[in-house]
Design a protein around this ligand. Sequence first.
Ligand code: GLP
Length: 240
Amino acid sequence: MKIRLFDTREELDQYAAGLFVDLVNAKPDAVLGLATGSTPIGIYEKIVKRYNNGQVTFKHATTYNLDEYVGLPRENEQSYAYFMNHHLFHHIDIPSERTYLPNGLAADPAAECARYDEMLLSRQVDMQLLGLGHNGHIGFNEPDRELHAGTHIVDLQKETLEANARFFASMDDVPKQAITMGVGSILKAKSILLVVKGADKAEIVKRALQGPITTEVPASLLQTHANVIVLLDQEAGRLM
Ligand code: GLP
C-alpha cells in the first residue's frame, strides 16, 4: 500500500486525475471503476479540464460505478447516474453505452445484481477509485459481521443515511437501500485508488489502513490488495 499525503486538495485532485489520464493514454480501452460522493468531484473537474485541453480521449474507455441508490430514477438529481453525468460523463467523449451503473429501478433487483457481476467478470477494472465512508464503508459495503463478495442490495446504516441527508430535502427522502459492488468485486480491480479528505475522516483512515483487517471496517480489507494507492489531504492524514 502506497500512501501519499498532499498539502492541498488541489494538488491531490491534480495527481489523482493524472493517474486516470495517464492510464487511459497508455491503454485507450481501459476499464475505470468510478465512485461518487463529494470526494471525487475535484478529481473529475481536473479530468474534464485535461480532456478539454486535448490531453486525453475517453472514446474507447469503459466505466463501472460502484453503487446506486434503490428507487431513484436516473433523472433524479440525487441518483448516482445523474451525479456521474453531471460531473464527468457529459463533459467528456465517453460513449454513454459504455458507462455502467447498477440500475436502482430494476424490477428484479437480485437479477440486476447478477447482471452487474457478470459484466464485471467479463472485464477486469484497471483502476478503481474509492472514497471512504465515516464508518469505513467502501461503495456501500457497510460494517457488519459478514460482508458480501459480489454485487448486492444493502440496507444503509443510520450513520450513512445521516451523512447522505445533506443532499436531500428531508431525512424521509433519503433512500434506505442501495445496490453496491461487493468487497470481492472491488478487490478484483488491478489497482485501487483510495482518496480521503477532511479531518472528520482522520480516525477512520487510521483504523482502515493501520488497524486490524475486519469486516467491521470494510476498507481495512484493502490492506490485502497488492496494488493500492492511498491519497490523503493533510486533515485526513493527520493521524498517520
Ligand atoms: C457514499 C458513497 C461512497 C462514498 C461515501 C463518502 O456512501 N456510496 O462511495 O465514498 O459516500 O462520501 P463523501 O466523499 O461525500 O464523504
